[in-house]
Design a binder for this molecule. Structure first.
Ligand SMILES: [Zn+2]
Length: 336
């Protein structure tokens, strides 16, 4: 297949531009919306029932609701040695830590990748969401990189992972725009540190008599021979996560970006619900602003925001929005 990607729409940049332009026109006054919690949920049930299409926009709060938390028990169990040695408080902080060498960095990242990308989430929130949109014409845009939509069975052709995927590596230069599945190599790294993989793909650590991880039997480094390098130029491989302009938008990414733009265009005249789940207020440009833009500029659209502690919308779109404050998994249960 010979495709010219320059001629395909870039739904990522297009929607960000529109969102920013629209937000500039708003007064800046936010509202938590009208009605009781029950009335809001009832209204969303009706809007979803009457919708021709649903666009789901998902942020970190959705995975938190599914139990994929970055601190607490999950952190203590798999990262206690890193916490003690480098004073790292949670997985989020560890992702930015300047480790002393590649062997240590990959020991960290192999654990981080595996427990967030390859194990099953503690709670079936993504499955519940899929049940809600099954049979509907839907599309998902997400800043989450943990692959949970596909693991729950969402149609890959209806997904756009804007910020990358924990399961992919890329050249750190980058000398070419390809990504590489990392599962096999990540598992080898984990085994080399003293972990094992359980029957249900869970990561098993050696344990003490009291049940806590025996970190004296775990290494915070991998052997040098397991450090991954680019097969083309020989420079180190790195995570395919957007942090700066070296992020590789591979063929799958560009196809998904175009599919997102095409989906929005195709449903412009149809009744569409923009369902925003767990998008943080500190990174609003990719999902939140573009969704506000759609609600503001198109009479056929309805905006719903489900968020734990941060459910609000601009006054300008209050009448065609519903904001529901609560745990996403719980709210989805009430909607179904
Ligand atoms: Zn390279």
């Amino acid at each position: 297949m010979n495709q010219n990607y320059n001629e395909m729409p870039n739904g990522y940049l297009e929607s960000i531009d529109k969102g920013i332009q629209t937000v500039k026109a708003f007064s800046g006054h936010m509202t938590r919306g009208k009605g009781t919690q029950e009335e809001r949920i009832q209204r969303l049930i009706e809007e979803l029932r009457n919708a021709d299409a649903i666009v789901i926009g998902a942020g970190a709060g959705l995975s938190t609701s599914a139990g994929l938390t970055y601190s607490g028990e999950r952190f203590d169990k798999y990262f206690g040695d890193f916490a003690a040695k480098y004073s790292i408080r949670d997985m989020y902080a560890g992702g930015f830590y300047p480790f002393p060498d590649a062997e240590t960095r990959w020991a960290w990242w192999s654990r981080h990748i595996y427990v967030n990308r390859y194990v099953l989430p503690p709670k079936p929130v993504y499955n519940r969401l899929l049940d809600l949109v099954k049979g509907k014409d839907y599309f998902v845009i997400t800043t989450n990189v943990d692959h949970q939509f596909q693991k729950a069975g969402f149609d890959k052709e209806r997904l756009f992972y804007t910020q990358g995927d924990y399961g992919l590596w890329q050249c750190s230069v980058p000398c070419h725009k390809r990504t590489y599945d990392n599962k096999g190599k990540v598992v080898k790294m984990l085994l080399s540190q003293g972990f094992s993989i359980g029957q249900n793909s869970e990561l098993s650590a050696p344990v003490l008599e009291n049940g806590e991880t025996d970190f004296s039997a775990v290494s915070t480094r991998i052997p040098s021979g397991l450090v991954p390098y680019c097969p083309v130029c020989g420079e180190p491989l790195t995570m395919n996560l957007r942090s700066d302009d070296t992020f590789v938008e591979d063929e799958g990414w560009r196809r998904a970006s175009a599919a997102y733009a095409e989906f929005l265009e195709r449903h412009r005249d149809k009744r569409t619900v923009y369902l925003e789940l767990g998008v943080g207020a500190n990174t609003p440009v990719i999902i939140k602003y573009p969704f506000w833009h759609e609600a503001y500029t198109n009479d056929n659209t309805f905006y719903a925001c489900i968020n734990y502690g941060e459910a609000f919308c601009p006054e300008e779109i209050e009448d065609k929005s519903v904001c529901i404050d609560g745990d996403i998994g719980d709210v989805l249960w009430e909607l179904s």
